[in-house]
Design a protein around this ligand. Structure first.
Ligand code: HEM
Length: 392
């Protein structure tokens, strides 16, 4: 029998600081049952890694998952069904392959100057001495960058941002029915918009990911429209929400700990430590493809396991002084995942983080926190509601 824990995901104290609860999880065995998630969970770094790499644990939900879905919610998951994220093995490879090149390190580095320029512009456009960094900057940069890469026009940025915000509510364990219905409506609207947008794109000869995808001649890499659309939606959503929170959480950490710009510029491991210390995504899950016994626990076919990556990043057996931010810590955190679903946008997310933090310190060297911020009640997307700062 597994140890059972109860931790309300919306409890104010937990939302603002889940790390104290995670610390206590290390007093438990490697697998325990988290009542509010309704599944066994592991906080153990080595076990999280093992399961991410174990082909017998998959992301694709079993058919009973679709059969049990509420009729009104189902359309959301039917759209998502063809995304790379919801498939494994050969089909996953087929869906991911056409995107891979655009997100490799070399191609992402080409964007560096552009990201720096856009960051500068956004920061210089802030008029007030006191401002909300999330609203004025962290929410804006990621949607501009990913939209440009994909090939969306500028006038669509705010609509894309709204759809993306509404859609990620589907994944919040504490989400309401109302929010879930809004997520369904947004995914349907986004799908419809993309269907006609892609037809328009076919007539033009532009230089962006969507145009390249629809013009691919190589049969092996060719995706159907039903495969292209959910993956564009995935990229927009993944490229948006998580990066906003990563930038916001990271700047908060640096300002709170009063880390100087000099340190930021000179410590080569500091950005990786920021990604370990307060990441935007805390929890993923996998389904057992067959009956399995792991750590003496029986996983029936189709049952789930939760992988608490943000807790695993503070596993005391792996990380010395895990709750301390150490500027020169050389660490192998797993905030960007591991294995076949390893974050496709990892190089882009890192570049956006690095460029925006450096530009913030270049432009506002005397920046300080004006009010202690609170976090959004949206586990597993961990991010700040607002971050009120003073320029000087
Ligand atoms: C530029 C922004 C980003 C883009 C375009 C992006 C895109 C993606 C995509 C497409 C996947 C699915 C890959 C697959 O199934 O093969 C993915 C997975 C993942 N991403 Fe990102 N992502 C971005 C930012 C981030 C950030 C900031 C984080 C956290 C620090 C993050 C963490 C993850 C994790 C943990 C997974 C794997 C989840 C799993 O295996 O279940 N991503 N990302």
């Amino acid at each position: 029998m597994l140890n059972v824990i109860s931790q309300n995901l919306s409890e104010k104290e937990f939302v603002n600081n889940p790390y104290t609860a995670y610390e206590n999880f290390f007093k438990l065995p490697k697998i325990f049952y988290w009542k509010e998630f309704g599944m066994p969970v592991t906080q153990n770094y080595k076990l999280v890694k093992k399961i991410f790499n174990d082909k017998r644990f998959v992301r694709k939900p079993p058919s009973k998952f679709f059969n049990n879905l509420d009729k009104e919610i189902k359309p959301f998951f039917l759209i998502e069904k063809n995304s790379m994220f919801e498939n494994d093995g050969d089909l996953h490879r087929k869906l991911r392959a056409p995107f891979q090149n655009y997100f490799n390190k070399k191609n992402i580095l080409i964007l560096k100057k552009d990201i720096e320029r856009i960051s500068k512009e956004l920061l210089k456009n802030i008029d007030e001495n006191e401002f909300d960094f999330i609203k004025c900057f962290a929410e804006k940069l990621p949607v501009i960058i990913i939209s440009r890469l994909l090939g969306f026009p500028e006038e669509m940025h705010s609509q894309l941002s709204k759809w993306s915000k509404n859609m990620v509510n589907m994944y919040q364990p504490a989400s309401t029915k109302e929010k879930k219905l809004l997520a369904v409506k947004s995914s349907e609207d986004f799908y419809l918009y993309l269907s006609s947008f892609i037809k328009e794109k076919e007539k033009k000869n532009e230089n962006d990911i969507i145009t390249h995808l629809i013009k691919i001649n190589n049969f092996k890499n060719r995706l159907s429209l039903q495969e292209i659309i959910p993956n564009i939606i995935l990229l927009l959503n993944a490229g948006n929400e998580a990066t906003t929170h990563l930038i916001g959480n990271s700047l908060y950490t640096l300002l709170k700990l009063k880390i100087s710009h000099n340190k930021i510029k000179n410590e080569k491991n500091i950005f990786n430590e920021l990604i370990r210390y307060d990441p935007p995504l805390h929890f993923f899950s996998r389904f057992a493809k067959e009956r399995l016994i792991i750590e003496d626990h029986i996983f029936e076919e189709g049952s789930s396991i939760g992988l608490l990556i943000a807790a695993a990043n503070r596993d005391p057996k792996i990380f010395e002084r895990p709750n301390t931010f150490i500027v020169n810590r050389n660490n192998n955190n797993i905030s960007l995942g591991i294995g076949e679903h390893f974050c496709l946008g990892s190089h882009l997310a890192k570049l956006e983080l690095q460029s925006s933090i450096n530009e913030v310190y270049n432009i506002y060297p005397k920046l300080s926190i004006n009010r202690t911020p609170t976090y959004l009640d949206s586990f597993h997307f961990r991010g700040l509601k607002e971050l009120k700062l003073l320029k000087g």
